[in-house]
Design a protein around this ligand. Structure first.
Ligand SMILES: [Zn+2]
Length: 470
């Protein structure tokens, strides 16, 4: 169905206008005989005037219509909305034409609104069926190219292209109400810093705003594309909206404020980053300084330890040297003492020899014989044992006395010592008695305490030779 047709004489006729837009009555085309040769503006096929059950005037294709006519598949709803748009445009005081084709066929407007001077045109497109984004963008571009504004109108719940081209969503009126725009129009509130969708604008008001340029298409700035819609969906994303120049100014003003804020924030972050870097650099410098001081300290401690070791080694070496010197001194001292002792011993021996020499010089050979006899005779007489006197005479081993032997089973055994020197009694073997001439000599031996008195046996021989007896 369609609202426009081409009359063979009057040209374009509009079923929505009382005079069909050309000073002609509906009755002049509706059910007249002979039929008026009306044609479809889109495909050129024959059409005839009809009235719907809702008293709506329109044109329908004659039988044998071409399948590809663009008007063919439009629904009643589509037509009613077109009619509403045309009516609203006319109410605002603009011309409204339905189903207008471009001279070159590049566009076909459902409703084309024109200002009185013909300088401004806005196409109103009812789009109820699905259409691709590319297709709708392309069709929008064709209007723009020809200097015609456009607004896409739909009643669908979900419209993928809303906000990507100039568009609105409208709601069909309930009883005694008018059509309303419920999506596609927004206002910017500086206090909110956001766009708010207007969901209750009378369609006729909106059309008036658009035609008088109180509402214009606006490309939303990127940061504000989340638009507040309230419940239930709360936010929707939109690139294009219809709005007032004032809202656009407010958006720009808010955007500038945000940019300043961001710039300030960016500078602040930059400063903080710089400060953090500075702190980090200082921290690193401090760490390096601490590391350096630690290494220095360790090196100093190491040096001190080595110095202590060296000192210790020197001490040990010194100690060792002192020990060596001390040992050498001791050794020397010991040797000197030994030498002194040896010298003393030799001197003692010399003294003893001298003493022994004097001791024996007191005794003549006769007196010597006399004493030997005094020792040996009693033994011979009593035991028939002949004692012998050492041929070597006085010996050092027997304290410079003469060893006396008696026969034993194997050889001889020491029987006693004859007249040892009083100065050399310590040399006399302990087990044997010693024999001296008389009590005086015995007294000489025992008075030093060097020999027990009971080991000293003496006789009663005179000290002086009794020449008279010879
Ligand atoms: Zn047609």
């Amino acid at each position: 169905m369609a609202f426009a047709a081409i009359h063979p004489e009057a040209g374009r006729v509009d079923a929505t206008l009382p005079d069909l837009g050309c000073g002609m009555s509906w009755d002049a085309v509706y059910k007249v005989r002979p039929r008026v040769a009306l044609r479809c503006p889109a495909c050129g096929h024959g059409v005839h005037a009809k009235v719907s059950s809702r008293k709506l005037r329109y044109f329908a294709h004659d039988p044998g219509r071409p399948d590809d006519c663009v008007w063919l598949n439009e629904s009643l709803e589509h037509h009613l909305l077109k009619l509403e748009l045309a009516t609203s445009i006319r109410a605002v005081g603009w011309h409204a034409e339905l189903e207008v084709r471009a001279p070159d066929g590049s566009w076909r407007a459902d409703v084309l609104a024109s200002s009185h001077d013909g300088n401004h045109r806005v196409a109103w497109e009812v789009q109820l069926s699905p259409i691709t984004d590319d297709d709708i963008a392309d069709r929008t571009h064709r209007y723009r190219r020809d200097g015609i504004g456009v607004c896409w109108v739909s009643t669908a719940d979900r419209i993928p292209w809303i906000g990507s081209v100039p568009s609105i969503r409208v709601r069909e009126p309930e009883e005694n109400q008018s059509w309303t725009v419920i999506d596609g129009v927004a206002g910017f509130r500086y206090a909110d810093g956001a766009w708010n969708l207007m969901t209750d604008v009378a369609l006729v008001d909106f059309i008036g705003w658009v035609l008088r340029e109180k509402a214009i298409v606006h490309q939303v700035l990127p940061r504000y594309r989340r638009i507040w819609r309230g419940s239930p969906d709360r936010y929707v994303r939109r690139h294009l909206i219809w709005t007032s120049p004032h809202s656009i100014d407010e958006e720009a003003r808010h955007n500038l404020m945000r940019q300043r804020q961001e710039e300030w924030k960016r500078r602040k972050q930059e400063q903080e980053r710089a400060a953090a870097q500075r702190r980090k650099a200082e921290e690193e410098a401090r760490r390096q300084e601490e590391q350096r001081q630690r290494e220095e300290r360790e090196a100093a401690e190491r040096a001190m330890r080595e110095q202590r070791w060296a000192e210790q080694r020197r001490q040990w070496e010194l100690q060792a040297e002192q020990d060596r010197l001390r040992r050498e001194a001791e050794e020397r001292h010991r040797q000197e003492q030994a030498q002194a002792a040896e010298e003393e011993r030799l001197r003692q021996e010399q003294r003893e020899q001298q003493a022994a020499h004097h001791w024996w010089a007191e005794v003549s050979a006769a007196q010597d014989q006399q004493l030997r006899t005094a020792v040996a005779d009693p033994v011979w007489k009593k035991e028939a044992i002949r004692l012998t006197f050492d041929d070597h005479g006085p010996t050092a081993e027997c304290g410079y006395g003469i060893p006396i032997y008696r026969p034993a089973r194997w050889g001889t055994q020491l029987y006693g010592v004859l007249r040892p020197s009083p100065a050399s009694l310590h040399r006399v073997p302990h087990s044997v008695p010693v024999f001296v001439r008389n009590a005086r000599e015995a007294q000489l031996l025992t008075e030093s305490g060097a020999i027990e008195p009971d080991r000293v046996i003496h006789f009663d021989l005179p000290d002086y030779e009794q020449l008279s007896l010879i």
